[in-house]
Unconditional design. Sequence first.
Length: 659
Amino acid sequence: MRAFIVRPFGTKSDIDFERVERELILPALQAVGLDGGTTAQNRAQGNIRAEMFQLLVTADLVIADLSIHNANVYYEVGIRHALRDRRTFLLSSRAEPWPFDLKTDRCLLYDAKQPAAALAELVAGLRATLGQDRTDSPVFAELPGLVVQDPVKFESAPGEFREEAERAASEGDFGHLALLGHEAHWFSWARQGLAIVGELQFGHKRVQEAIVTWEALRAFDQDDLPANQRLATLFQKSGMLLRSDHAAQRALGHPRCTDREHAETCALIGSNAKLRWRHEWEGLPEHERRAAALRSHALSEAIGSCRRGFDHDLNHSYSGLNALALITLQSELALAEPAAWARDFPSPSRAAAALEDLRDERQRLAGAVAMALHAAQRAHESRREHDPWLEASRADLAHLTSENPDQVAEAYAAVRKLLGPLEASIVREQLLIFERLAVRPGLTAAALRGLGPETVPEPPPRVLLFTGHRLDAGVRLEASGKPSPRFPASAVPKARRMIAEAVQRELASAPGEAWLGVAGAASGGDILFHEICAELCIPRDVLLAAPRELYVRKSVADAGPEWVARFDAVCAHQPVRLLGESLELPRWLSGRQGYSVWERNNLWTLFHAQRGGTERVTLISLWNGKDGDGPGGTADMVRRAVERGARHVALDAAALLAP
């Protein structure tokens, strides 16, 4: 998150505003984890007023110093209050009386002679402001119908960032995509950058990674519409139904939520209720399931939510189809379990009338859903598009309305050819509800037969991530000028034994599990690790910061021709991924101070290793425990991996210097 500071410059009315920023405002921002400053901190060419307008609408927090009557400060505060409804923080030394229009607004007071004395109070005030959604703009407070400007419309992620993200997704390099999401936080266009990454992760079904990205975007604004819409779905896929409901309700309450989005969100809330409903009866004995399923209030909640979605948009066939499936289950269960159905009615006649109404409702809904699907089919044909989910919906409608098992089996057999294993499993789950409750059994059996046997996806492999010192080239010197060897050539056999023993211990700790080795390919520890994995038949991913010639020149060649040959052998017949085409940061990232391509390479390698879950990663380090490499070195990788919860197996490289 980023802040924008609005204040006078220089010393005015005996107040050194540079000192106030240096001793009070910037330390407070650092304490609450925010970057930012004034427009003066941007050294790039451009119109300073245009930048000021953009920052006033896109900054997550504006801190305005109203100590003196400064026209520019008042002007900018007025613009902020007119464009954003919250997170404008006012402070003052009260050097001059306030204008009438701001006298009722809260303001933190500081002593211009000792600005740092107010640091703790400012930190507490900023944390409170960031942690609540209260409107602090007097404009929006007095004009509640005013629509807040969407900051994302005024941000522009560099085209090269978008291209890099799309390229990473298309190549299946989801570690690179996660890296881009991490780096986007550093820029004023963070929201748009995170949205780009989050959409690509969502589209490629990278559920856990997408949750991280969309939650990071929602941290800017808890009511962010796209973030809540995506998180509602992602939380559901992760089994976090309450969090899914909360995100969905926030999306429904957003003023820019369209009818189509409203229908989609209601259907998702209904789907959550359906999952809760299933949890209530699926573990029961068969003879108890149907009555328990019929009596559950969650079934009525699911039907009601899906039906509300379809009523909101009659072209949204998904919500209508879900409502139809649930009403079919309810009506069939009511016929099979008359005592359970009649329990909530005052008389048998009222129960019979309610069931008749339910069956009529089912008939009307089936016709409406059929029309919606027909309209969708015609629209796709006119655009020459093909949607496999539309075919799946038509098969589901056949299962709910047809009495011909062969027709139903053929519909699902056609769907099977269009869907991947994951999508087919979603279709199967709906049918299994009918099978477990013995509703429409003949037609359900035909549908499952047409869909074919289930394909169980393989769990992600456990990952052995390696980092370690390069082979010493020449004489390594300490800052004092004394020789400082770390990995002499004579220690290669010992290093190989140490790494091999560590790898074999990890394999033995999880017998029968699939493993993947991940590392760079520098001379020394990296290449030894890959050679050991190859001997043990462990698949490997080789990650290079740059193409072969550049990488070899920087990280391999100084160890001698033998190591270049070993590098080429390691890279042969293995997946080799490149971070970039050079050893320079991409242009969109080059302005990031204190960040190197090697630090970026470490982050990329770590994100790549963690794509199956941090809990499945073991980092093996061949390290002397010192920080000699600086950012991007072995110590940096160890620190980052441990911070993210990876298991760490440390091999003491000091042993390589022992006789």
